[in-house]
Design a protein around this ligand. Structure first.
Ligand code: CO8
Length: 300
């Protein structure tokens, strides 16, 4: 825990210097500013907040595939927290600045051949990201402009609304069983809250990755649009959401999501322990190693 807090505070203080772009050009909001990193690591998330609309765009920019490693997760959570505290921000669009990839999901290298302590720290960061995003009082829209497996899918379905690029080559789903691992109950709950119990059962058991048109059909995403219109469509949709009475919308969101969130909140450390004891098993490590090898071989 001490490690996690150290890392959070490291990133909270030095994680990024948010550049805010308005029609009047880039500016830096004082309330979003923390001290500049004292190393040369560049930010993994670019934030553009338009003060005239109150809508921020968070662009993940962590090549090659926006895999959610400890740094990206921590920065994601910190960024969202800061936007939540910013009175000028009412909605967030989450997208990727990488071509063809929204997010490859959790970074497998954080879970493969690492210590139990590291796995625990990593898992707390995954929980934190989900708790913040799923429970955010802001309106959140995923502008899914590429493939979005596993943790990338979780990130998407934790938003209020999903717009995806209409490209059958892009896929989305909770494919954990293909890696020989099991989606935790709160991944499963988030999915079931989106597409229903039976569809989730089939999706999880088979590790289904749905093409964009299939994802629309089962309600995993809400809308497909041409690739170059994903963010603009998300912005238009955001306008409709922001026209709703803020308090009524927030209370409704909390009513729908709180029971799912509370389940994890009342059980967080047990969930970390479950994850660590599961992921460090020799057989699970072997499956992860084989999956990584498969990803490499696919290239050749
Ligand atoms: N983690 C770490 N490295 C990754 C990941 C990842 N999730 N995904 C890709 N990479 C690496 C590749 O190995 C490759 O590395 P290298 O260049 O060293 O060979 C590099 O990123 C580029 O990948 P590709 O060449 O495959 O890129 P493509 O553009 O061809 O394809 C894809 C992009 C479609 C995203 C493809 O990389 C892919 O399918 N990746 C795997 C996605 C996946 O299965 N993710 C699951 C992660 S597990 C998770 O999110 C939930 C875990 C819950 C745990 C619960 C336990 C109890």
């Amino acid at each position: 825990m001490a490690n996690a807090l150290r890392r959070l505070s490291k990133c909270g203080v030095a994680g990024f210097l948010p550049q805010v772009f308005s029609r009047h050009g880039p500016r830096t909001l004082p309330h979003l500013v923390c001290q500049q990193r004292n190393n040369s690591t560049s930010s993994k998330i670019k934030v553009d907040l338009d003060p005239s609309t109150g809508v921020a765009v968070m662009r993940m920019q962590s090549p090659p595939v926006n895999s959610l490693n400890l740094d990206l997760l921590t920065e994601f959570t910190t960024t969202l927290e800061k936007l939540e505290m910013d009175k000028g921000c009412r909605g967030v669009i989450i997208t990727s600045s990488l071509p063809k990839i929204f997010s490859a999901g959790l970074d497998i290298l954080e879970m493969y051949q690492t210590s139990p302590e590291h796995c625990g720290e990593f898992w707390r960061a995954v929980q934190e990201m989900w708790l913040k995003l799923y429970g955010s009082k802001l309106t959140t829209i995923a502008a899914i402009n590429g493939s979005s497996p596993a943790g990338g899918c979780l990130l998407s379905i934790s938003c209020d609304y999903r717009v995806m690029a209409d490209n059958p080559r892009y896929s989305i789903g909770l494919n954990e069983t293909l890696l020989g691992i099991v989606a935790p109950y709160w991944f499963k709950d988030t999915m079931a809250n989106t597409v229903g119990h039976r569809t989730t059962e089939l999706a999880l058991a088979l590790g289904r990755l749905y093409s964009a048109p299939e994802a629309l059909k089962i309600g995993l995403v809400d809308e497909l649009v041409p690739e170059d219109q994903v963010v603009t469509t998300a912005a238009q949709t955001m306008g409709k959401w922001l026209a709703i009475d803020e308090n009524a919308r927030q209370v409704t969101k909390a009513m729908m999501r709180k029971p799912t969130i509370d389940k994890l909140l009342s059980n967080r450390e047990a969930d970390v322990n479950n994850f660590v004891s599961f992921i460090t098993q020799a057989s699970v490590q072997k499956s992860l190693g084989m999956y990584l090898k498969m990803l490499k071989n696919r290239k050749g």
